[in-house]
Write a protein that binds this ligand. Structure first.
Ligand SMILES: Cc1c2[nH]c(c1CCC(=O)O)Cc1[nH]c(c(CCC(=O)O)c1C)Cc1[nH]c(c(CCC(=O)O)c1C)Cc1[nH]c(c(C)c1CCC(=O)O)C2
Length: 343
């Protein structure tokens, strides 16, 4: 299927574009009343994730309502631990909770390397339905969590400011930690390959908890597994978004990926210096900038665009859009990127 709008893919590959493409991390769900309307009819978040027609519907909502240049499949990074036998509950207003966590050698032994066609087929179906219904309007992004971030949830059992149980395991049980990370990596590679076969045009890897590791641990327990995943996906462009991992940017130049996501703490000029034009940079407006007045949103967006300069840039926020953001401010951000970058 020929894409009608392939700005996002061309920018990812470093090809010239008429303007800067734009989308938002966590654009599906979170901010749209139209999402909440679909969600309220259901028993919960999981029912939505596991029903391909509905997942496709909310995936396409931001394309229709916000006019973004890419869709991201509606799912969650936590479907991977679930497929591996470590199930989660999504607790209203509190976030994910794992009734059984992974602590001992026996627990790691019990975690399975999942076959995506057996345990994650609902995501693959959702990708196929979405591709059909998008009908080539914009590319579709597939995704997974980085192994370290998935490990952090499996061991910790919930969100946490420090993830101290997960970080403790890296010190006290390094070999066991690697064993679990290897199982997660094997599952993730098979899962992402299946997403590409189902129709995903680009893959993004979310290492949301990169920033809490010391650099040496990051290299040993996260970077090497991300590198393995990048090497396993030669068919499509890959974006690596490692929140808070400034210390690893030099290493990231060696990754077999086309796009690096920057969070809002990262200095754009410094990142450009490190990556040159070898990689496309994605980001990085502070999500809080969208609480500003319309004029303020415009000003901050233009400042961000100027910092990146022309070429090899995909405009986005520095992390997922916050749930209480006014969708009109999001539209203002998107429109500003489109108009200003065209000049
Ligand atoms: C760490 C992480 C998670 N999930 C994800 C990450 C990595 C990105 C990041 O750092 O933000 C990724 C994710 N989660 C969701 C998507 C959908 C696609 C999109 O980006 O729009 C994506 C890409 C849906 C979701 N995932 C979740 C919701 C809200 C649940 C609801 O509708 O009740 C949505 C729309 C739930 C979720 N899922 C997770 C948490 C901590 C929570 C609770 C709080 C929240 O972030 O909203 C884990």
């Amino acid at each position: 299927m020929q894409l009608k709008n392939d700005l996002f893919l061309r920018a990812a590959l470093g090809q010239p574009t008429e303007r800067t493409p734009v989308w938002l991390m966590r654009q599906a769900g979170r901010i749209l009343p139209e999402y909440r309307a679909v969600r309220e009819r259901l028993s919960g978040f999981k029912e939505l994730v596991e029903t391909p027609d509905l997942a496709a519907e909310v995936t396409i909502q931001p394309v229709d309502l916000l006019d973004v240049d890419a869709a991201i499949i509606f799912s969650d990074i936590l479907v991977v631990p679930e497929a591996m036998g470590v199930t989660y509950e999504m607790v209203e207003k509190r976030g994910p909770l794992f009734p059984n966590t992974v602590q001992t050698a026996a627990d790691v032994e019990n975690v399975r390397v999942a076959d995506p066609y057996e345990h994650l087929n609902y995501v693959l179906e959702a990708i196929k339905v979405t591709k059909r219904e998008l009908n080539g309007r914009v590319p579709l992004i597939g995704f997974a969590g980085a192994p370290w971030t998935i490990f952090a949830y499996m061991v910790e059992g919930s969100g946490s400011k420090t993830f101290s149980k997960a970080r403790k395991m890296l010190y006290t049980e390094p070999e066991l930690s690697h064993k679990l990370l290897q199982k997660i990596t094997a599952t993730t590679i098979a899962y992402l390959k299946a997403q590409v076969v189902a129709g995903a045009d680009l893959i993004q890897i979310f290492d949301s908890w990169a920033g809490i590791l010391p650099p040496a641990h990051y290299k040993e327990f996260s970077y090497r597994y991300i590198s393995e995943i990048c090497n396993a996906l030669p068919e499509v462009p890959v974006t690596v978004f490692a929140k808070g991992a400034f210390f690893s940017m030099q290493d990231f130049t060696q990754l077999n990926c086309q796009v690096i996501g920057l969070d809002w703490n990262m200095d754009v000029k410094e990142a450009r210096q490190i990556f040159g034009d070898s990689k496309t940079l994605q980001g990085n407006l502070d999500p809080c900038a969208l609480y500003n007045s319309f004029d303020g949103v415009k000003k901050e967006t233009i400042k961000m665009l100027d910092a990146f300069g022309k070429g090899r840039h995909i405009a986005n926020l520095g992390h997922g859009v916050y749930p209480d953001t006014d969708p009109e401010k999001v539209k203002c951000f998107i429109q500003t990127v489109k108009e200003y970058s065209q000049k």
